[in-house]
Design a protein around this ligand. Structure first.
Ligand SMILES: O=C(CO)[C@H](O)[C@H](O)COP(=O)(O)O
Ligand SMILES: [Fe+2]
Length: 225
């Protein structure tokens, strides 16, 4: 069977009203989100704290069938594999920067029934992550310094996306940080097919059209290639 790239939009709930995590998440799904991108920060790898596996587990209790990706901005990603698998996470995306044995973490993530995503910060070279493509399901190119929502999109990171798309036509490539209607074309033409967008969707007064607009831009770019 031929595999085709798919345009997927995964809203980040980071800048939503987290006292209403379930309602905000369900609303995003009702408005057409393809998956949920849950930002996990440990106050060590990044200077911020968000949520952990107990919260993800409660959310899974209320939302049974959506695809959950956790973006693990943590110093020891190996530590949270089991609890996140138990919480019902579908994809475990972690940063390679603090990890000594990336292969081992990738293997354990899969052993625990989750897809594995590998992520790099803006200062990390694309060749650092290229080594792990064969043992992962997705690559995340950060387009802001991880830690906070609502930052400015770093266009220079598109070189990494272009490089990866040229060399790996069917690779799932995700971008995250400052992505919205004004920056989506940049991401789409560079070759990203999985789009994380926080502030632009959460702050939109028409979430469904904002999600649709971004998915259409990405799908059109895929169809042109
Ligand atoms: O990983 C993140 C920050 O580290 C978030 O996913 C990202 O910033 C999304 O929010 P926004 O679209 O507002 O930038
Ligand atoms: Fe994220």
């Amino acid at each position: 069977m031929t595999r085709h790239l798919k345009a997927l939009i995964g809203p980040s709930i980071l800048n939503a009203d987290l006292s209403k995590l379930y309602e905000e998440s369900q609303k995003l799904l009702d408005n057409g989100a393809d998956y949920l991108h849950l930002d996990v920060m440990d106050g060590h790898f990044v200077p911020n704290l968000t949520l952990g596996h107990p919260v993800v587990k409660c959310l899974r209790g209320k939302i049974k069938d959506a695809f959950f990706e956790t973006h693990m901005m943590v110093s020891n990603p190996e530590q949270w594999i089991l609890p996140m698998a138990d919480a019902g996470v579908n994809q475990y995306t972690f940063h390679i920067e603090p990890v000594d044995n990336v292969e081992e973490v990738c293997r354990k993530v899969r052993e625990n029934g989750m897809k594995v995503g590998v992520a790099i910060k803006p200062g990390t070279s694309v060749t650092e992550i290229e080594k792990y493509i064969s043992i992962s399901d997705m690559v995340l190119i950060m387009t802001v310094e991880p830690g906070f929502g609502g930052q400015k999109f770093m266009e220079n990171q598109m070189e990494k996306v272009k490089y990866l798309r040229d060399h790996y036509p069917l690779l799932d490539i995700e971008v995250d940080g400052g992505v919205g209607p004004s920056t989506i074309n940049c991401c789409a033409t560079a070759g990203a097919n999985m789009i994380v967008s926080g502030t632009a969707i959460i702050g939109s007064n028409d979430q469904a059209s904002t999600i649709q607009l971004m998915r259409d831009a990405v799908q059109q770019a895929i169809n042109k290639k």
